[in-house]
Design a binder for this molecule. Structure first.
Ligand SMILES: NC(=O)c1ccc[n+]([C@@H]2O[C@H](COP(=O)([O-])OP(=O)(O)OC[C@H]3O[C@@H](n4cnc5c(N)ncnc54)[C@H](OP(=O)(O)O)[C@@H]3O)[C@@H](O)[C@H]2O)c1
Length: 344
């Protein structure tokens, strides 16, 4: 079975998704949306730094939606709900590096997307490394215990080499620390809270409340990362935690620590990856770290791996999503998503 896929934008994550689609034996790239005018008319291979694909990127949404395709791999900087609804209503499944279950957009938007999907007989699924795949792994570990009292999860990274760091501007980075950033982060990072829903669904946890904590860290000196300026005294790091409560018990803790370089105030330790802990009988601990490939090292771009591990849980889900019951799907109700061995 081959699934025909339209790639929606070729930014940092989208370019890696295209490479993943091209290498996947069950997927065929049939179209590509260019949000940037200068990308329209170019071969997708050229936009992604690979051999020509024969697929030409276009900004003509009508033309793309008229294509016979099973799925859109939707990866713009920020989703446009009207656009996603339109894609679903055109009868195409949507996989994305943004959505989880759309609850944080509010009931009106969530219902609109569910109805669009159900009425067209298609599904919407979102993943990435986190939110997405890493928190799914954390939940799976609990299966090895008689029982558990808590799932605790930490993402801890230094974003010095992350080219998309400018996307943190809407979280307050490069601006003075102010109380308003707490509410901004809680709202902008709503998909992180939705991961609590998925873990709770997977592990039958009757969550009664989700709590959010936020702390920022500032740079003592002027810094610049990939053209994005962070002046001294402004936000260059943050620690957020989403806690799933059952009554007064914290049962799921998802903590995220992002630092732009060393020497921030305060300075939290960086452990470069994911630390997952199931507290139970017995406890289960896991560390997930990523190792750059030879070609990423040789190309001097080891940080590209962050975009690969974001894109591939989405790409590898395409066949399962295309076969799934219509609606918004999550890891809690899709069959196991598997990678595909491809000989060199
Ligand atoms: N879950 C996870 O683990 C995870 C991790 C990282 C990122 N993400 C998400 O993945 C998505 C893509 O991230 P990225 O780093 O690849 O983003 P990006 O490179 O900054 O942007 C992706 C593409 O979006 C288009 N774009 C730029 N500005 C736009 C605007 N104002 N309106 C509409 N489209 C615009 C451009 O399309 P063209 O290609 O046409 O120029 C751009 O290449 C984001 O939603 C991000 O939050 C998720």
């Amino acid at each position: 079975m081959t699934y025909k896929v339209i790639q929606w934008t070729t930014g940092h994550v989208g370019r890696e998704a295209v490479k993943g689609i091209m290498r996947h034996p069950e997927l065929e790239l049939v179209g590509c949306y260019a949000w940037s005018e200068h990308k329209a008319g170019k071969d997708v291979g050229e936009l992604c730094g690979i051999d020509p694909t024969g697929v030409i990127a276009t900004s003509d949404i009508n033309q793309l939606l008229a294509l016979e395709a099973d799925c859109v791999c939707y990866m713009p900087t920020f989703p446009d709900i009207d656009e996603v609804e339109r894609i679903l209503r055109s009868g195409k499944n949507v996989v994305s590096s943004y959505f989880i279950n759309a609850r944080s957009w509010g009931p009106e938007v969530q219902t609109r997307l569910i109805q669009a999907a159900e009425q067209s007989g298609v599904s919407l699924f979102g993943s990435g490394i986190f939110p997405g795949f890493a928190n799914f792994v954390a939940a799976m570990m609990a299966s090895a215990s008689y029982g558990f009292s808590k799932v605790r999860f930490l993402e801890s990274v230094d974003l010095t080499h992350y080219e998309a760091i400018a996307n943190y501007a809407n979280l307050g980075w490069g601006q003075p620390p102010e109380e308003k950033w707490r509410a901004t982060n809680e709202s902008v990072l709503g998909t992180y809270a939705e991961c609590i829903d998925v873990i709770a669904d997977l592990l039958h946890i009757p969550i009664t409340e989700i709590r959010f904590d936020y702390e920022s860290a500032t740079a003592a000196d002027d810094r610049e990362f990939h053209g994005y300026s962070i002046p001294a005294g402004t936000i260059a790091g943050q620690k957020c935690q989403w806690t799933g409560m059952v009554g007064q018990e914290a049962v799921i803790e998802l903590e995220v620590v992002w630092n732009a370089g060393k020497g921030l105030q305060p300075e939290w330790p960086v452990s470069h990856g994911y630390t997952m802990e199931v507290q139970g009988d017995p406890g289960v601990h896991t560390r997930v770290k990523f190792v750059p490939s030879k070609s990423q090292m040789q190309g001097g771009r080891p940080a590209d791996l962050a975009n690969v591990v974001t894109a591939m849980p989405v790409v590898n889900a395409i066949s399962a999503v295309c076969e799934a019951k219509a609606g918004i799907r999550t890891y809690a109700d899709l069959p196991l998503i598997r990678a595909y061995y491809t000989a060199k």
